[in-house]
Design a protein around this ligand. Structure first.
Ligand code: TXA
Ligand code: MG
Length: 380
């Protein structure tokens, strides 16, 4: 793909968009928002280019799930390995059935309570591909040869309106360059993909701040393939009896191992700085100080990102030149995580020392992303 496209950033107002009748009726009160959404939808319908758009989890890079040429431009813009399948995004159940499922195919009953509770929202489910994959309208580049396809209905009105207006299910990974932290603002997308895509819709920062939860209800017991915006506890609570035995997939997989979620084997979420994760290290005074001394970081630019228990940087070591906090609640930590990593990278920090959290509630997804971003983990 050409790397000399002019990348426009156009504003859209999420609060001017509303849906009714199970996502089949759309109203947009702000004329500029309507015009910019229609412009984006035209690009998706009439070219093979991918478009950057806001979602409640992270910004996505979308193109039609039904066109291999369009899907290729996503992989090319991100520089993403082609064996890592993509999530298709729909604006309504009606559209999911019309555009992605084969005649007579039903959504498996096991998903009913989760769809009822969490759609639209940050939950992705796996649905079966037909036995003969050529019967499916979905490009095989979306599924990378998996016997299933992944789908979610985003809650962000801009994302949903773009899908509705184009009437295309959008394959959309996070709109970062492969291996970089996921983007939570239009500026992050521009930083990574300028010159590679024609348009980014700017709808303000993402609410959740990290990606959707991916679940597989087609196997027994069901599996949590990627922790994300909906917690394991929420799934068990809303899912009813069949989701009580849900198993959390292994965090990492070897390069040659066949994996359930191919994304798990790649380097991820990494800023240029070296990220060091501190687990169960109390107020941090002992372990962080020892780390700084043992690694001779006197001449390095070192940042600290605290969560719940760490002492102020001043009380830990004079070698730390940035004292930041990600927040104390799970929501705040999720929302701030990727943008904090990007901001410190922009300031050319050499080391980012991060205080981990317990793996309960939002903590499971937070620690999943932090351990992938980290080159090293220190345990207390
Ligand atoms: O919140 C999100 O999910 C964002 C926004 C843009 O919607 N998208 C996102 O996409 O995070 P991506 O491509 O970065 O992550 C998709 C994840 C990967 O871990 C991939 O391996 C997994 O979903 N996945 C997709 N299709 C799959 C399938 N058929 N079977 C197993 N895992 C699948
Ligand atoms: Mg991603």
């Amino acid at each position: 793909m050409s790397s000399t496209l002019e990348t426009k950033i156009l504003p859209v107002k999420p609060e001017s968009i509303s849906f009714e009748n199970a996502g089949t009726t759309l109203t947009i009160t702000d004329p500029e928002t309507k015009q910019n959404l229609e412009y984006a939808a035209d690009i998706l319908r009439n070219t093979h280019h991918a478009v950057g758009f806001p979602s409640e989890t992270v910004y996505g890079l979308g193109a039609s799930s039904l066109s291999s040429e369009s899907v290729k431009s996503i992989y090319a813009a991100k520089n993403r390995p082609a064996d890592n399948p993509l999530i298709s995004h729909v604006s309504s159940i009606d559209q999911l059935k019309r555009k992605l499922m084969v005649p007579g195919q039903e959504i498996p009953e096991i998903y009913a309570p989760l769809i009822e509770k969490f759609w639209p929202g940050p939950l992705t489910i796996l649905l079966p591909m037909p036995e003969n994959v050529h019967d499916s309208p979905i490009s095989q580049l979306v599924t990378s040869g998996q016997p299933t396809f992944a789908v979610r209905m985003p809650q962000n009105p801009v994302a949903r309106a773009l899908i509705y207006i184009s009437d295309l299910p959008l394959a959309a990974p996070s709109a970062n360059a492969s291996t970089r932290p996921s983007p939570t603002t239009a500026a992050h997308v521009y930083h990574d993909l300028k010159g590679r895509i024609p348009l980014i819709l700017d709808g303000g920062p993402s609410d959740v701040g990290l990606e959707s939860t991916v679940v597989d209800g087609l196997c027994d017991p069901p599996m949590l393939l990627r922790p994300g915006g909906i917690s394991l506890e929420q799934i068990k609570q809303a899912g009813g009896p069949r989701w009580q035995n849900i198993v959390v997939a292994k965090k990492t997989a070897g390069k040659l191992e066949p994996v359930r979620t191919p994304g798990m084997k790649y380097r991820h979420y990494s800023p240029t700085a070296r990220v060091v994760l501190f687990n169960n290290c109390g107020d941090g005074k002992e372990k962080v100080k020892a780390y700084l001394e043992q690694n001779n970081l006197q001449n390095k630019k070192v940042a600290l990102l605290k969560t719940r228990r760490f002492a102020p940087a001043n009380d830990i070591s004079p070698l730390i030149s940035y004292d930041g906090t990600l927040g104390t609640s799970g929501d705040e930590i999720q929302r701030n995580l990727f943008s904090a990593l990007r901001a410190l990278d922009a300031e050319e920090y050499d080391y980012i020392l991060i205080e981990g959290v317990d793996e309960t509630a939002e903590g499971l997804a937070i620690m999943n992303r932090l351990s992938k971003a980290a080159s090293e983990t220190i345990n207390g």
